[in-house]
Design a protein around this ligand. Sequence first.
Ligand SMILES: [Zn+2]
Length: 477
Amino acid sequence: MVFVGFGITAPEFEYDDYAGMDVEGKVVIVLRREPQQNDAKSKFNGTQNSSYAYFTAKELNASLHKVAGLILVNDAQTAEGSGGDQIMKVAEAGAALNRTKVPTIFCSRSIIDPLVKKSTGKSLSELQAEIDASGAPKSIVLKDVKAIGEVEIVSKDLIARNVVGFLPGTGALAEEFVVVGAHYDHVGMGGPGSLAPGTIAVHNGADDNGSGTTALLEVARHLSKDQSPSRRGIIFIAFSGEEKGLLGSKHYVRSPRWPLEKTVTMVNMDMVGRLNDGAITVYGTGTAEGFDSLMDKLNETSKFRLDKQPAGFGPSDHSSFYEFDIPVFHFFTGLHNDYHRPSDDPDKVNVEGMQQIADMVKRLVIDLATRSDRPKLLKISDVADVGRANARPRVTLGIQMDTNSEAVLVESVAEGSGAAAAGMIKGDTIIKIGDTTVANAREMRRALGSKKAGDTIEITVRRGTEEVKLQVKLGSS
Ligand SMILES: [Zn+2]
């Protein structure tokens, strides 16, 4: 085992806890946070956390040094603080990591300290005090100590069900199918997936996705009366497990009840309850020939302020079908401050708007189910292609994000960019775009989707323990 201080390699500060240490195949002991955290003049961002303080940074650095395992312990200040020497929960201390494969445990100082002291003659606190005093690493091999460990992750299997209804086809087209879907699960009483961490309260999910499931029933009710002499079968699916990673729709496309090669289009509704000023986004308009103009045609009656997005991949169940080469549509009325919070309640839902959307979806599904030729798939490989296909400038902030972080953690800021001019710095975490809370890169891109290059927008970042508002002028790429 090797004690490697704070586990930080920071070339710009000429500080490297791993310098000269042979850690390949060894288990490293790493303190939380960073050197000199009580010193306002510390090169590690004074008394605030620099980006090196994050678990993700420490784990990534450990994996780059090819360690066999990582043991995190509280730093002295944290252990002596009001919370004491508390072990962090998995969700707090690294659940967001998916790139590194380093077995990581969080250990009490009362277990690690005697080992370190017996082998090196110094306690964890003494070693940290030496680092803090000198500003230089004090890494040391624990000579007579070996670590043998086993980590057991207890997973809990639950049964969840997709709910499927079927309207059989008629005439010549009866052996082909259209899927209409909406997920019916939400984030329960909070916990992972909630944007109100710490609260234990029913998250009703009236918009996400009570609205979509209600619209699904309305579309099914209407279409059940359809008398077309020749019509494809219509499969109505209320998916479960969407919030856990599109689990229900992924299950369906892997074990479909009706053949996927005969499934001509999937139409998804996820969050259609907040129609505001007639503005709706319809994704998937680039996934088959003629889908773009089809939406325009349907909108002559609906008269929405229609934002057509060609992308077939996205953060809802339609994505699972597009992956299997099925053209898709996805209806969405936009994010809001109640998203994934206990306050996503029915009184804020625009029921009349849902009716209008359900009406458009009915007419869309009838068109898809009765046209003689099935829609011809267009394949869009990724989101970047969508940007090009869309042929309108994509907006940029001028930052690189830390891809190991679930949150929008700024890894670097481009010189001369809007973000740089606004004072954004490495280590900031973007938490809001305008009034819209963003928890990850996907949500940020979605929030920026409606903005134009040249717009100045307010971006709220978390910097250490503070929230800072920045006015950022958007560039284009
Ligand atoms: Zn949803």
